[in-house]
Design a protein around this ligand. Structure first.
Ligand SMILES: [Zn+2]
Length: 453
């Protein structure tokens, strides 16, 4: 069922096509498409489709799904090159327009995601699965480009990469590090994959909820892809084909799981076939599983010494002497699996959209068991810049306490978790913990209607 290796002879024919497209893009005056995965788009979509449950294979139709991963996998790339009027209806979303290759701002992105999913739902309901696959293809491609180790994911520019890692020889010098899937010879990679089983995950039972998680997962996808770029470029400079193939395979598999979740969720929403137990698992969302907005620390921020240069740790804490330890409070046996370790004055920021999906935040807060005896901090939750909950000041002897906040919102919510140092509390002693931070799903009418289908 799954291809162990993709022969690159087939990929070569495709690469000629893609090359033609690059030329077209160049001629047409600089569309933003950076040609991410090349033939990998087909591999990823196919891998995802093969992991759909049987009922969804029947629901969408095997022929339609085959077209999804073949003909309809790069509609926005073709549109970028051709500006073809007949493709415009599929890519010109009311949110981010036709720029469906990158992670964009949360507000317009969520509008576009919802619009694309709605088109699939409507076409399936109208008995037009082939039309539905075109919109689904656009949605999938948009969730594949940022998973590639290219400009779609890179937080820094081509010239910065060349500064940090000068090309080792003329061959590499003549190629691009992050532009185009042919950039550094990435068209000739091979996937070395076990026939990995994967069960797609339901991302939401309503359009709002599904869009909220799709967007957060797309950010995580781009973050993951970016984390492999340096190693990949080092492997290219060292002419280390094995490492290159292994990294590309890892990236493609991560992307395959993400796209499987997306197609599966769209299938559940379109068919109205939503499993009650799966839906129940989405009742609350682990906030530590999502990527905060401020994972890059601004220079000069004054935090506790162990958190100098690192704004927070996920699912771990530093001690004042910078040992890495599990999240725990004094006086409790319990070790917390999820949450954040932060320093004095450390902030963790999220933007969540649509803002009506989750209506409550809760966590356990306190100083880590290793904090100094003079450390005193308060834990503050802010929504859209306004304080909505506060616990403290607490000292290390207080252990952990619950904090809870109501998050009523509409389009989007800016959520800030702040560990505020008290007057006289020495920075060097402060190591704070947000344990088990969770968002709770609002019980809207829409949620209830969809769940009972
Ligand atoms: Zn693209």
């Amino acid at each position: 069922m799954n291809r162990q290796r993709v022969p690159w002879i087939g990929a070569r024919a495709l690469s000629v096509l893609m090359m033609a497209l690059v030329v077209m893009v160049a001629i047409s005056g600089g569309a933003s498409s950076a040609l991410a995965w090349g033939w990998g788009h087909k591999w990823i979509t196919q891998w995802a489709v093969e992991r759909l449950p049987d009922w969804q294979q029947d629901y969408f139709g095997p022929d339609e799904l085959a077209k999804l991963s073949d003909e309809y996998r790069a509609i926005q790339d073709t549109y970028s090159g051709s500006k073809s009027a007949e493709l415009k209806p599929y890519v010109d979303t009311p949110g981010v327009g036709a720029r469906l290759h990158d992670v964009h701002a949360i507000g317009p992105s969520v509008v576009s995601i919802k619009w694309l999913v709605q088109q699939v739902i409507d076409r399936m309901a109208a008995g037009e699965p082939d039309e539905a696959m075109k919109y689904l293809g656009v949605l999938c491609h948009w969730h594949e480009d940022p998973g590639s180790p290219t400009a779609h994911a890179s937080p820094i520019s081509e010239s910065m990469w060349r500064w940090l890692l000068p090309p080792a020889n003329d061959q590499v010098q003549s190629q691009s590090y992050i532009y185009g899937y042919k950039n550094v010879g990435l068209d000739v990679y091979e996937m070395h994959t076990p026939d990995e089983a994967y069960t797609p995950r339901l991302l939401g039972s309503t359009l709002d909820e599904a869009a909220a998680r799709m967007y957060q997962d797309q950010r995580l996808l781009a973050h993951f892809a970016a984390s492999r770029i340096l190693r990949l470029l080092v492997a290219v400079n060292d002419n280390d084909q094995a490492t290159r193939d292994a990294l590309m395979t890892e990236l493609a598999l991560y992307n395959g799981r993400h796209v499987a979740n997306i197609i599966y969720t769209v299938g559940c929403l379109a068919s109205g076939n939503i499993d009650a137990a799966e839906d129940q698992q989405n009742q609350s969302q682990d906030l530590a599983a999502w990527l905060p907005n401020n994972y890059v620390l601004e220079r000069g921020a004054l935090y506790s010494p162990p958190y100098h240069g690192v704004p927070f740790l996920v699912n771990q804490s530093y001690t004042p002497k910078r040992a890495v330890v599990p999240l725990a409070f004094i006086g409790e046996e319990r070790v917390y699996d999820t949450g954040f370790g932060v320093g004095a004055n450390g902030v963790i920021q999220f933007t969540i959209a649509p803002g009506r999906v989750f209506d409550r935040f809760e966590a356990m807060v306190g100083l880590h068991a290793s904090a100094g005896k003079d450390a005193r901090v308060s834990f503050v939750v802010e929504k859209d810049g306004q304080e909505i909950a506060r616990v403290g000041p607490m000292s290390v002897g207080d252990g952990g306490r619950a904090i809870e906040a109501v998050l009523a919102g509409d389009d989007k919510i800016d959520l800030t978790l702040r560990c505020e140092n008290a007057t006289g509390s020495p920075l060097s002693q402060v190591v704070g913990v947000w344990a088990s931070p969770r968002l709770h799903r609002a019980s809207t009418d829409e949620n209830q209607t969809k769940q009972s289908d």
